[in-house]
Design a protein around this ligand. Structure first.
Ligand code: GTP
Ligand code: SPV
Ligand code: MN
Length: 583
């Protein structure tokens, strides 16, 4: 398949280590994909779904202890511990290769190894990077075929002498105590063992496109971010691009595919990406972005004809569902799809489920893997090798209190501070407690492949290189009232906030200057057609100085963990905020 000696030598080594019975190259062809689907259905690894209602779709159930990313088993393996930084688990490369190398020994005996060459990003783009994933899981191969550009196209991109990220995955026996997701940024290598779930095993996604890519970006002068990219078209047909970073399961896929409210005639949102953005400065001084992925690995629960019809329609064919419920007619269901579950279904664990049961039918982190090109609102520029120019960058999280609906940072450095001090309630996307507020800078806490202090410095440096800087904003769709209800309708109505953001970028609307940034005047958020009281809107747009003074302590404590790696620009911003709050 290739003459690239670096690929062949490494493959040889890994075959010796893992000892598969057979080595199979994935070429990206339809025939091979079909054969693998059949094989996975024959062994029960996947279930073929209703071929009329969901053509080309499959269901996969993971082990019940293997349903989300495992942050406590995820390591950055750099020579110096300091290079991993305080927000990452660290292991020395020597220890990691030795300890986990032993676990890989003979791990593919009696199994097949699939060789999956893939490109992250459009072919022949300066943004793009190539990887090769070795895996013993057909489920991983089939997901990679949707999420990345696989096979001959990738080998062409690597060429006879090109470099690539070396990705090794073995499912082994899913033993929790021997589960490891290891990153060796200095060796451009990823090792994953004892998991079969999403972000732990689709190594092009979080492992390469964020952890390894963030490290490459720091060294090569570009950025890898946990951001959706969307194009907002106005009635004049002008399109402005926005990128937005929200933590896992905090609304990126939904915002990226938003359908404008009915009174917004002539407006349209175009999806470029729903999870990851790679950004570069170009000669015009603007920041340009590409989506390195080719598919969506989206959260199923809560996706419905009402909340996100575009996502739902994307998943109507050629989609792999993971850990959702199976209906008797061989279609799928999850909480929030509709209010009307069937009387009988098979739940995500494979057990009978009856209407009225206390148990969830689908796992809260159940997902769909669907080809981006099937999305009804996919941007015509989603595979443009040049990327799209970004006008606004948005940070946001899940905050029941504190953060207002939207505010704008004073300038780039203040925007970096706003991103760096983001906090959000944890979700089911990672194992561990749900609903705990934690600092999640730029929604990248689990995904920065080096010292987070250096990552902040990189953001500051990039600001100096970007002459036409995007404006930076913060949003919060998740404010709760005293009864625990969402105060803002969210979903499609988030366009009302995007409209304000674009108007600010174009200098078309004034704002109130507050201690934390520029806030909209209530009259400038269009609430026509919404059932939202004036009081509620005002409350959504208030900054409670006392609550924010409380925030200061949390930020100081968090910043202190970075020691002298914290850029002075950020401690200056913190002092500025404190002064403004005390004025
Ligand atoms: P990852 O794929 O984990 O990175 O998640 P994501 O950021 O793409 O989140 P996604 O859009 O899948 O949304 C996660 C959950 O938040 C879903 O259950 C949504 O229904 C819910 N959600 C998304 N947008 C909104 C909103 O504007 N308001 C409210 N209340 N919920 C929302
Ligand atoms: C996330 O958790 O942010 C995801 C899903 O997008 S996973 O690929 O599992 O990381
Ligand atoms: Mn994500």
């Amino acid at each position: 398949m290739t003459k690239n000696q670096k690929v062949l030598t490494w493959l040889d080594e890994m075959v010796k280590l893992t000892q598969p019975d057979e080595v199979i190259w994935i070429d990206g062809s339809d025939e091979q994909k079909k054969a693998l689907e059949n094989e996975a259905c024959a062994t029960g690894e996947m279930i073929a779904l209703n071929s009329e209602k969901l053509p080309g779709c499959f269901l996969h159930r993971t082990a019940t202890n293997d349903v989300a990313r495992v942050e406590n088993k995820t390591f950055i393996c750099t020579t110096k511990e300091e290079d991993a930084g305080p927000s990452n688990n660290w292991m020395s490369p020597a220890e990691a290769y030795d300890k986990v190398g032993k676990l890989y020994e003979g791990s593919m005996k009696g199994r097949k190894m699939y060789v999956v060459p893939f490109i992250m990003g459009p072919a022949k783009s300066e943004f793009s990077k190539v990887g090769v994933e070795l895996t013993d899981s057909i489920y991983v191969v089939l997901n990679m075929l949707i999420m990345t550009r696989v096979g001959k196209i990738a080998l062409e991109e690597i060429g006879d002498d090109g470099d690539f990220t070396k990705c090794l995955h073995a499912r082994k026996d899913l033993n929790d105590d021997e589960k490891y997701i290891l990153h060796f940024p200095e060796d451009n290598t990823i090792w994953s063992i004892n998991s079969g779930y999403g972000g732990n095993v689709l190594l092009g996604k979080k492992c390469l496109a964020l952890r390894i890519a963030s490290y490459l970006g720091k060294n090569e002068g570009w950025m890898a971010e946990h951001m959706l990219i969307l194009g907002l078209e106005n009635p004049k047909g002008e399109v402005k691009y926005i990128s937005a970073a929200f933590p896992s399961a905090c609304g990126k896929t939904n915002l990226a595919m938003l359908i404008p409210p009915t009174e917004y005639k002539g407006y349209k949102v175009w999806t470029v990406g729903d999870d990851i953005a790679w950004l570069r400065v170009k000669e015009d001084g603007r920041l340009w972005a590409v989506n390195p992925e080719a598919g969506f690995f989206g959260v199923a629960p809560g996706t419905s004809e009402k909340t996100n019809p575009n996502a739902l329609h994307t998943t109507m064919s050629n989609t792999i569902f993971t850990n959702v419920a199976l209906k008797d007619d061989k279609t799928v269901w999850w909480e929030g799809l509709d209010k009307n579950p069937d009387d009988h279904m098979i739940d995500w664990k494979g057990n009978d489920w009856y209407k009225g049961s206390e148990e969830k039918a689908a796992h809260p982190n159940s997902r769909f893997t669907a080809p981006a090109k099937q999305c009804p609102c996919i941007s015509k520029d989603w595979e443009n090798p040049e990327g799209v120019p970004i006008s606004a960058m948005v940070f946001g999280g899940r905050r029941a209190k504190t953060a207002p609906l939207v505010y704008q940072a004073f300038d780039w450095n203040h925007g970096v501070f706003v991103g760096a001090t983001m906090a959000s309630e944890t979700t089911a996307a990672a194992t561990g407690a749900v609903g705990v507020v934690r600092r999640d800078p730029m929604a990248m806490r689990p995904f920065v492949g080096y010292n987070m202090g250096d990552y902040f410095a990189h953001w500051i440096e990039m600001g100096k290189k970007v002459k036409n800087q995007p404006k930076i904003f913060h949003v919060n769709w998740f404010r709760l009232d005293d009864e625990g209800n969402f105060m803002w309708p969210g979903f499609g109505d988030n366009l009302r906030v995007l409209e304000w953001i674009i108007k600010r970028c174009d200098g078309e609307v004034d704002a109130k200057e507050t201690a934390i940034g520029y806030l909209p005047e209530a009259k400038d958020i269009n609430v026509n057609g919404l059932d939202l009281s004036e009081d509620t809107l005002n409350e959504l747009l208030t900054v409670d100085k006392e609550i924010w003074k409380g925030e200061l302590d949390g930020i100081k404590e968090f910043f202190a963990t970075f020691g002298d790696k914290l850029p002075k620009e950020l401690s200056d911003e913190l002092n500025g905020l404190e002064e403004r709050l005390n004025k």
